[in-house]
Structure formats: structure tokens, C-alpha cells
Design a protein around this ligand. Structure first.
Ligand code: UDP
Ligand code: MN
Length: 271
């Protein structure tokens, strides 16, 4: 039995679209690991049909049983007020509280390792070697400056499912007055203070394209992560991110994916 899985999370139709492009990208890497789409009741079976057709396993999950007070503190308007986003914008369909449902993957003890990927990522080269990595491995939240290396990004990580870990997480998560300003990301950073660092190419954030263009290398990038604005919405950075959005669309629509090494380099870098 395969004891390795990739997993993503989908709580509404928008992220189901993201997951469709992601699952197709994973399939193109020829991985033999299972592909799980954790989904809540917030998304219809119709919206999930494309990922099921591509061969992903649908795994229904509930949101976490967090307290009313916790849910109120992490409601969208409250969270955006208490911890405003100054670097980019979050789409209207993004519900911060839903992010915590990622933690459900620790209940899936049938798997020895799960590599979690946000629904707004694409796996453009095989990353199966991550199944040999320890818990908790994640890449730094690099998209602006060197200071970013101190923080992790929770869009790609390696986990070892264990119900005991899940229970410990729930207790810690919903402690009295606990406020996780960047939701699961802040929580995981605090729960795993000795996290192992993955290279940035395992979780290349889209803002690197225009903020740190020298870091972008089409010959080595393995995961592209469309943090903040999503490639399927109309947003202020569409022009700036055009080649990345076009690549995402090719995966979504099942078109031929271009040779990555032949793609244009970001503006401002030597050819
Ligand atoms: N997510 C979801 N519904 C939501 C919010 C988040 O399904 O309303 C899931 C989805 O997998 C998404 C991930 O949680 O990719 C994290 O949110 P997002 O990627 O929007 O955050 P960002 O990467 O922009 O910080
Ligand atoms: Mn994301």
C-alpha cells in the first residue's frame, strides 16, 4: 500500500479551481503517491468533479471544532482589522478560519508522510523526495527581503500524521485568548519552532517574480505558489505576473505545458 500522499484543502468553488490545476500538475510529475483533496461541505460535488476525474481522492472533512470566541477572533473582518495585510490583497472568497482545517491531515494515520500543498500552488517538477523528509519541513516565507527567511510559509510542508499530534494541536490552537494573526502559518511556526527549512524552489512565491527576480530560476523551480492574489481572479498585479498566470491557465485548461527552461525570465534580470 502506498503510504505517501499529497494533500490539499478546498472549502469553496474558487479553491476547487485552484486544486484542479494543482492536481493536473501533480499528475504530470508522474508521482505514484495518492492525491487527496480535503474538502468541507462548503463546496459542491459539481465543483469537485474535475479533481475526482483527474484521479484525486476526495476526503470530506469538517472545519475544526474551535470555540465561538476563537471563531469570532479569526473571522475575516476581525482578523483583517487586527492584523491588516499591507503587502498584497486577499481575495473576497478567502475565509481565514477555513485555513485551520489543514490540520486535519494529522488525523490521516494511514499515511506515513503527507506533503501538503495549498490549492493555489502548481508542482512543475517532481517533488517525491519530500516524502523522505522529517516533520516538520517547510520553506521560508521569502518574497520581499532577506528578513523573510526567519518565517515559514505554510503553503507547502511535510507532515507525519499522528492523532496524538492532532489532539495536542487542537488544545494549543484554541487556548484562552489565542490569536494566530496569519492563521495556520503562525500556528505551525509556533507549534514546530525547530522546523526544517526546505529550499525556496520547493515553494516559490509569486511575488519573487517582481520583488526578488534574481532568485527566480526556471531551471530549478519545483513549486510555484500564487500567494495573495489568485491567478483565476482579476487583480491589480495581473500585468506584472502575466507569464506566471498564463502558465497556471495552461495547467487548469489541460493544454500543453510549455518547456519551463524556455520561458521568459523576470524583468530586470540578465539574460
Ligand atoms: N483555503 C480554502 N478556503 C478558504 C481559504 C483557504 O480552501 O476560504 C485553503 C486553500 O487550500 C488555500 C489555503 O487554504 O490555498 C491557504 O489560503 P491561501 O492560499 O488563500 O493563502 P495565501 O497563500 O494567499 O496566504
Ligand atoms: Mn496559498
Amino acid at each position: 500500500m502506498i503510504r505517501h500522499a499529497y494533500a490539499t484543502l478546498v472549502t469553496n468553488a474558487d479553491y476547487a479551481m485552484g486544486a484542479t490545476a494543482l492536481v493536473r500538475s501533480l499528475k504530470l510529475t508522474c508521482t505514484e503517491a495518492d492525491i487527496l483533496v480535503l474538502h468541507t461541505g462548503g463546496v459542491s460535488q459539481d465543483a469537485l468533479a474535475p479533481v475526482a476525474d483527474l484521479g484525486a481522492r476526495l476526503a470530506p472533512v469538517e472545519l475544526l471544532p474551535t470555540s465561538e470566541a476563537f471563531n469570532e477572533r479569526h473571522a475575516r473582518a476581525k482578523l483583517h482589522g487586527a492584523a491588516p495585510f499591507t503587502k498584497g490583497t486577499k481575495p473576497a472568497f478567502h475565509t481565514p478560519l477555513d485555513n485551520f482545517a489543514k490540520l486535519r491531515l494529522w488525523q490521516m494515520e494511514d499515511y506515513e508522510r503527507i506533503v501538503f500543498l495549498d490549492a493555489d500552488t502548481l508542482v512543475v517538477r517532481n517533488i517525491d523526495r519530500l516524502f523522505g523528509y522529517p516533520e516538520f519541513s517547510a520553506a521560508p516565507n521569502v518574497y520581499e527581503s532577506l528578513g523573510d527567511f526567519h518565517r515559514l510559509n505554510s503553503g507547502v510542508f511535510v507532515a507525519k500524521p499522528a492523532k496524538a499530534t492532532f489532539e495536542a494541536m487542537l488544545a494549543r490552537l484554541d487556548a484562552l485568548d489565542a490569536f494566530w494573526r496569519r492563521t495556520d502559518q503562525t500556528f505551525l511556526e509556533s507549534f514546530f519552532p525547530d522546523w526544517h527549512g526546505l529550499p525556496v524552489i520547493d515553494n516559490m512565491l509569486q511575488y519573487v517574480w517582481f520583488n526578488l527576480p534574481d532568485l527566480w530560476d526556471w531551471n530549478s523551480v519545483r513549486v510555484i505558489h500564487y500567494q495573495y492574489e489568485k491567478p483565476w481572479e482579476d487583480h491589480a498585479k495581473v500585468e506584472k505576473l502575466k507569464p506566471l498566470i498564463e502558465l497556471w491557465r495552461a495547467y487548469l485548461e489541460g493544454r500543453d505545458v510549455p518547456d519551463l527552461a524556455a520561458l521568459p525570465r523576470p524583468a530586470g534580470t540578465a539574460t
